[in-house]
Design a protein around this ligand. Structure first.
Ligand code: HPA
Length: 274
């Protein structure tokens, strides 16, 4: 797909999404990662729910626990889009497909994007069940949603600055609402295999405190379109070699279920705060 088509397709998908949801814009979009979906039920009953396979340009998720659905919610005076069923590079998708839901949300008006994910903890002091605010990332996917031809007019250049990728103002607001929540540096890897202990040691050495297989490309795509980006990790496991036991995907899903109450509190607060 050409770069021009990727942006055009997301514009068309945004039109489809708004029509199907019966709203004229969204203010905030929240991408629900592994473990976060159940918690989002606490935000209220959606006014509309759309299957992403009915929207142009969306590819179907292949991961258990990730259904491709976007729900619309009205909270206070804001329209919120809840995106569940993100797609990943490890499913064989291109970076543009990974970024497509985000571009669609921004074109549907969402000036704020909250990305949530499940992550392994590299930092020994941060245990499963903890929520961590992403302060910065290491994009180790060897790709970018901006790879390819230059974005067409009127979009920003592909050579964008990422110094303040994870919005400092939003991070400060989260910190004041939840002083106990720490910040971390998220290493985004391709997966789908988990890492070796040697790789985790390397990630620690280069400054990562969390590791996961999502988020970084979405954050770049949202920032490129001028949206305010925030991201939260739920620590579902200690990364390989940090814990003596081997990792299992079910552990990731179970940690989400155990943390549901806290995640619901965090999400409910952030919809008003971001
Ligand atoms: N590594 C990579 N991705 C992950 C992990 C991990 O340990 N836990 C949850 N997602």
């Amino acid at each position: 797909m050409t770069t021009e088509n990727a942006f055009e397709l997301a514009r068309q998908a945004a039109g489809d999404l708004l029509r199907r949801c019966g709203v004229d814009h969204f203010d905030l979009a929240i991408v629900l990662g592994s473990g976060w979906k159940q918690a989002a039920n606490a935000l209220g009953t959606p006014s509309a729910t759309v299957l992403t396979r009915e929207l142009r340009g969306f590819v179907a998720p292949t991961v258990p626990g990730h259904d491709g659905v976007i729900s619309a919610l009205r909270i206070g005076d804001r329209n919120i889009a809840l995106i569940s069923g993100r797609v990943h590079l490890y499913e064989g998708n291109a970076a543009t497909a990974v970024a497509h839901p985000i571009r669609t949300a921004v074109f549907a008006g969402a000036t704020k994007i909250l990305l949530t994910n499940a992550a392994g903890s590299i930092d020994r002091a941060t245990k499963p069940g903890a929520v961590v605010v992403i302060r910065d990332h290491l994009n180790l996917t060897a790709t970018s949603p901006l790879e390819g031809e230059s974005p067409p007019e009127p979009y920003a250049s592909r050579f964008i600055d990422l110094t303040h990728l994870y919005d400092p103002g939003a991070r400060a607001r989260i910190k004041s609402a939840f002083p106990e929540i720490t910040e971390g540096v998220y290493a985004g890897v391709r997966g789908p295999h988990y890492e070796t202990p040697a790789e985790i040691e390397m990630l620690r050495t280069i400054g990562a405190t969390l590791v996961g297989m999502s988020t970084v490309l979405e954050a770049i795509a949202a920032h490129h379109l001028g949206a305010q980006v925030s991201a939260l990790s739920l620590v579902t496991n200690m990364a390989a070699g940090v814990s003596p036991t081997p990792l299992h995907h079910l552990e990731v899903l179970e940690a989400g279920r155990n943390a549901e109450g806290e995640l619901a509190t965090v999400l409910s607060t952030l919809v008003a705060l971001l």
